[in-house]
Write a protein that binds this ligand. Structure first.
Ligand code: SAM
Length: 186
């Protein structure tokens, strides 16, 4: 499986990581580890988990690891924190996710891009599970695109009692990228 090389979406997100990360951080779908390493560079951050479904990506992250604050491990979404006795019960102050957010293209099999049939299914599954892994004041930094169907995602968030704020938006080529800060309603 190919490792996702940082692109515009990665760099847009990276620019906000230090500002919004604190405590125990999870970088979901870490890829090359770009967001995990950025978070680890903040004094407000004590520990970072960088996980990815792609084993090759995790091997790459471990080989190139800079910060000792990070634990890189293979995981399908939150599986690691449900099955590995060392990590069961771990909760996060910040969860970062630059997810696969494109609608499924049967001709292209790429787990780094494929967000499900319409592009938002994996994100919705992730948000659903996140409720069990966030500390009481925990926050999620989520990146997605206009190709993901923003109205559907906004509706999903509202229906599921999430509060959200658009931190930034950027137009690139044929899409808009959005970065949201998300937390549970009190
Ligand atoms: C768009 S890339 C982002 C990579 C990196 N975080 C960045 O900002 O450059 C999405 C990443 O999510 C990973 N991924 C896809 N499905 C996943 C899943 N179910 N659980 C964990 N990671 C997943 C992919 O392997 C890929 O590395």
């Amino acid at each position: 499986m190919e490792i996702y090389e940082p692109e515009e979406d990665s760099f847009l997100m990276q620019a906000y990581i230090k500002k919004y990360s604190k405590g125990v951080v999870l970088d979901m779908g870490t890829g090359t580890g770009i967001q995990a390493e950025e978070a680890a560079g903040s004094k407000k951050v004590v520990k970072v988990f960088g996980v990815d479904i792609n084993e090759e990506a995790i091997k790459h992250c471990i080989r190139n690891q800079k910060s000792k604050k990070i634990i890189f491990a293979t995981s399908d979404l939150f599986t690691l924190f449900k099955v590995d006795r060392r990590y069961i019960g771990t909760k996060f102050d910040t969860i970062i996710f630059n997810p696969p957010y494109l609608p499924n293209d049967p001709k292209i099999k790429d787990k780094a891009l494929d967000g499900g049939k319409k592009g938002y299914e994996l994100i919705c599954g992730f948000l659903h599970e996140s409720k069990n892994f966030l500390k009481p004041n925990g926050k999620i930094l989520l990146l997605f695109s206009s190709l993901t169907s923003k109205p559907t995602l906004d509706n999903f968030l509202i229906k599921n009692h999430w509060k959200f704020k658009e931190i930034t938006k950027k137009h690139i080529f044929f899409e808009d990228l959005y970065l949201y800060l998300i937390e549970l309603e009190k």
